[in-house]
Design a protein around this ligand. Structure first.
Ligand code: NDP
Length: 285
């Protein structure tokens, strides 16, 4: 039987509707609207496309969007000062600094400069620490949070299930592992040095791919009926494909996210939801 398609695009559209309604009632209650500031250093075309998408999503939801662009040669000190001024700015509830940054700017220094309460993509080490501890109020990175939302809204059971995550980056693989662990999955994190990856993956009820290698996860990695979350974004012959060999895997899996239209559309939605959450907190104090 063919797998159920976990339609991220449809889930994102539903969530956007919920956010639009929440923003409208927020505005009515408080007289202002939540907003995000995006810092972009340099003009990488892929980054510019992504930033444009964020702006469109926020504006469509009735939220404020501010873009701060700086030249490729800007110093770390200047970006830290910019972030600090955004931390103080009451009109800004969420802050994102587009990665990668030019080599003169340390990613860690910038991540640490973002106020944890405005760090809506969960890159500040304080948020990462809270995520690890699974305690307190924190922001988890938006991409894996979107993957979790797909599992929840797709009706995929997590507690007690075996989850195998392929990829251990700080922005996708590791936080996804923590989020699944906090929901009581039994989690295995795999990477380029894992031995017998297909064998390990075949033990999983939930397989998460966060690798960056086009169609690497083939049908022989998958236990029949397993649920597949594919974060991969790879361009092959001008076409965007995931890390999972979708056509073959959908014949074996129980549920699967397509690429495009799976995890991709969820990231902006989570950024909006997190910005709204930060604004709600700011409105309370
Ligand atoms: P990274 O390059 O930071 O990490 C890739 C991970 O995959 C590493 O842990 C690496 O292992 C592992 N890996 C690489 N090759 C293999 C292999 N042959 N076997 C097993 N593991 C392997 O990537 P990201 O986490 O940043 O991104 C992963 C994918 O997700 C990319 O396609 C990216 O474009 C996409 N992405 C999607 C987003 C979305 O909104 N949907 C947002 C962010 C990223 P090791 O650590 O040993 O090197």
């Amino acid at each position: 039987m063919e797998a159920k398609i976990l339609d991220g695009k449809a889930i994102a559209a539903t969530m956007k509707g919920e956010i639009v309604a929440e923003v409208a009632s927020f505005k009515e209650k408080h007289g202002w609207v939540p907003g995000i500031a995006v810092v972009q250093v340099g003009a990488d075309p892929a980054s510019s496309r992504y930033v444009k998408q964020i702006g469109k999503s926020f504006e469509e939801a009735g939220m404020n969007f501010r873009l701060e662009t700086r030249d490729e040669s800007t110093t770390q000190d200047e970006i830290v000062k910019l972030v600090q001024s955004l931390n103080q700015d009451k009109a800004v509830n969420g802050i994102i600094v587009q990665m990668p940054l030019p080599k003169q700017i340390s990613q860690d220094a910038i991540a640490s400069a973002i106020a944890p309460g405005k760090d809506v993509d969960g890159i500040n080490p304080i948020n990462a620490g809270y995520l690890l501890a699974g305690a307190g109020e924190f922001f988890a990175p938006a991409t894996p949070s979107g993957g979790m939302e797909i599992l929840h809204r797709g009706g995929i059971e997590i507690a007690g299930k075996r989850a195998v995550i392929v990829g251990r980056s700080n922005i996708v693989g590791k936080p996804m592992a923590m989020l699944l662990l906090h929901e009581n999955a039994t989690v295995t994190i795999c990477h380029s040095r894992t031995k017998d990856l297909p064998g390990v993956a075949r033990e999983a009820d939930i397989v998460v791919a966060a690798i960056g290698k086009a169609r690497m996860i083939t049908a022989d990695y998958i236990k029949p009926g397993a649920s597949i979350i594919d974060f991969g974004i790879n361009v092959v012959d001008g076409k965007v494909v995931g890390d999972v060999d979708f056509d073959a895997v959908k014949e074996v899996a129980g549920a699967i996210t397509p690429v495009p239209g799976g995890t991709g559309p969820m990231t902006n939605i989570v950024l909006m939801r997190n910005t709204l959450r930060a604004a709600n907190k700011a409105a309370r104090v």
